[in-house]
Write a protein that binds this ligand. Structure first.
Ligand code: NAP
Length: 372
């Protein structure tokens, strides 16, 4: 926070300048500058964070963290396609500026980003994919979702670069699954789109790259892969997964922990790549935590991709995730990343076990795979 204060003061001196002192004011020493500075800070020097995806899980956490920050240092600008939605209205009632903007509309992004010091952007793959899957099939849905997410990410990056007030751009990324696995896992397009965006910013947008950091949000604590499900034929709970039970999983309560990690990240130097998680534990340890919380027994079945496809109906788009993580690690192919312990100010977030204890038994016993 002290670093933020220093930065705000510097901006005042540079931006307003001693030549623009209010009428009648004179500079007699640093204490006079200090006295003059104070009223201007409180009125006009809140820092603006613009949040894309503020009505969703990741962005909602970011908006909440900055809105509820005890220092009240921030103006939180939430972008949404529908300012009248109940979530947007709730953000507004908590003090956010809610602005209508779409990742499909570059001019709306430029207007919404104007004057923002920090910008958080999360792009979504799944809404497009899910909407097209029934009518077009997996391959066409995947292709269209890929083009849409990359277009959205480029629109956001280009609008951010056009904002001279920008200090830090934070994009929610995932790793280059296909490249890192030498083509062994070619089908996790929702990872590839985000990795392609990282490449685009780093190689095609140098002016933005020097102001950018990436957050790699870990596996959502609500991800169905982590949870045992009742097998009606054996009446036993089973975790089905296509990787070893010994595979480490960086697990995050996305709705609550993304924001604190993004807040910590804006104080880090640019070009930081942060893997954000509450607990890093193996699949076996995660299932043990579930067993302890629910009091139920469960076993883990490590299956091949083909067996998983047959048992769950999941597509290669989804099954590529655990397959890749099992062989190459969640951050396979990402160079120079840091974990939460390497942050200068690691936020205190709840562990996965604590997250489980906040969930109802009904929820913990009834996870199912989505029809993907
Ligand atoms: N499941 C996992 O374990 C996991 C792990 C890491 C990363 N991820 C990634 O997380 C992403 C999803 O994030 P999430 O869970 O936060 O999504 P979410 O809860 O579904 O929210 C999506 C957000 O995107 C906004 N949005 C969608 N289209 C938009 C557009 N055209 N213009 C402006 N805003 C738009 C929506 O805002 P409005 O509707 O208000 O406009 C909404 O706020 C996926 O891409 C996935 O790959 C998932």
């Amino acid at each position: 926070m002290a670093r933020h204060r220093r930065r705000r003061r510097k901006r005042w001196v540079e931006g307003v300048g001693l030549g623009n002192l209010p009428p009648g004011a004179s500079v007699q020493g640093s204490s006079v500058v200090e006295n003059l500075v104070t009223p201007f800070f409180t009125v006009s020097e809140k820092e603006i964070i613009a949040v894309v995806g503020a009505t969703g899980t990741q962005g909602g956490s970011v908006a909440s963290t900055f809105l509820s920050h005890p220092s009240s240092l921030y103006t939180v600008r939430c972008l949404t396609r529908d300012p009248n939605s109940s979530v947007a209205q709730s953000l507004s009632s908590r003090g956010a500026e809610v602005i209508k903007a779409s990742l499909d509309d570059p001019s709306s992004l430029k207007a919404a980003f104007a004057g923002a010091h920090f910008i958080f952007v999360n792009t979504d793959f799944w809404a497009t994919y899910i909407s097209l899957l029934p009518s077009k099939g997996a391959e066409a849905a995947r292709q269209s979702a890929r083009e849409t997410e990359i277009r959205h990410a480029k629109n956001a990056a280009e609008a951010a670069q056009a904002n001279p007030a920008l200090e830090r751009y934070i994009y929610s990324a995932l790793g280059p699954v296909k490249r890192a696995s030498n083509g062994k896992w070619p089908s996790s397009t929702h990872w590839e789109t985000k990795a392609a965006t990282v490449d685009y910013i780093e190689h095609e947008m140098p002016a933005l790259a020097v102001k950018t950091s990436f957050i790699y949000v870990g596996i959502y604590a609500t991800n169905a892969f982590l949870y045992p499900k009742l097998n009606p034929s054996s009446d036993r709970y089973e975790t089905l997964i296509n990787c070893s039970p010994a595979t480490p999983m960086p697990i995050i309560d996305t709705a609550n922990s993304t924001g604190p990690f993004v807040h910590a990240l804006v104080s880090e130097p640019p070009r930081t790549k942060l893997l954000a998680y509450d607990s890093c534990m193996t699949v076996a340890e995660a299932v043990e935590a579930w067993k302890k919380t629910t009091g139920k027994d469960a076993e883990i079945l490590e299956l091949s991709v083909e067996q998983m496809r047959k048992r769950t109906g999941l597509s290669s788009e989804v099954l590529g995730g655990p397959g890749f993580i099992g062989q190459f690690g969640y951050m396979g192919g990402v160079e120079g990343w840091i974990g939460p312990d390497q942050l200068r100010n690691r936020p205190e977030t709840k562990s996965y076990e604590q997250f489980l204890r906040t969930q109802s038994e009904h929820v913990l016993l009834n996870y199912s795979f989505p029809p993907l």
